[in-house]
Write a protein that binds this ligand. Structure first.
Ligand code: GLN
Length: 226
């Protein structure tokens, strides 16, 4: 367990499947903290944005003044992992949807991409970066990655070619829910990323940065895209 010693991962806990992520990290012996307030971002080594309802998560983040602090945290090099709705929030482009997003990752994402009859499904997919064993992926009203920009890299696709996972530097995104399938490899990969980032990053002194601009930005509609 020495590799995870001292690492603390924040799990955004405003809505959605945050408890399941926390349970997975507990299984791995990694400390977590539920994040609902901007100051809870100050001493974390990584942040998970869970699945749920991206419109609700985005709006609650705006209400709680979290959008700008989370953007700053990501831009300062703290790793972030978005699953499903979390991936939607990370994407720079979600088409014509008008909802607050973070917009940090160079991917184009389509919400609810699998239509009604495929609302939820499970599939064993190849994730070469995780080794030869297929990953049992659970999709729930899942988004798809329509385009991976030059800054990002594709990590997995379905048999039909739909891209369902990508990474970009310290950012990781999956359309599926590894916290629900029992396979810990994606979480282990994220923890390893957090350990590396912590070793190589000078701590951003976010605690001293001015606060309170987020509610203002939200009220002015700057965080909303359409
Ligand atoms: N359909 C949801 C959305 O658009 C995402 C579903 C999920 O996170 N499982 O936000």
């Amino acid at each position: 367990m020495t590799i995870t010693k001292g690492v603390k991962i924040g799990v955004l806990a405003v809505q959605g499947a945050f408890r399941e992520h926390i349970a997975m990290f507990e299984r791995l012996g990694v400390e977590t903290v539920e994040v609902r307030l901007p100051e809870q971002l100050d001493d974390i080594d990584g942040l998970v944005i869970p699945g749920g309802e991206s419109t609700a998560i985005g709006r609650l983040m705006a209400t709680f003044g979290l959008l700008e602090p989370v953007r700053r945290t990501i831009e300062a090099g703290t790793p972030v992992y978005g699953t499903c709705a979390g991936m939607i929030l990370l994407a720079r482009d979600i088409g014509r949807e008008a909802q607050p997003i973070l917009g940090e990752m160079d991917i184009v994402v389509k919400r609810n991409a699998f239509g009604r009859q495929l609302d939820s499904f499970e599939s064993d997919i190849a994730v070469p970066d995780l080794g030869p064993e297929p990953f049992h992926a659970v999709f729930i009203r899942a988004p798809a990655i329509e385009q991976v920009g030059p800054e990002a890299r594709e990590l997995a696709r379905l048999d039909d070619g739909t891209i369902v996972a990508a990474e970009q530097g310290t950012m990781l995104a999956t359309a599926f829910h590894p916290e629900l399938s029992g396979d810990a490899r994606m979480h282990q990969r994220f923890v390893a990323l957090c350990v590396r980032a912590r070793e190589h990053r000078a701590k951003p002194y976010a605690a001293t940065a001015p606060r309170g601009d987020d509610a203002h930005a939200g009220a002015a509609g700057i965080d909303a895209i359409s």
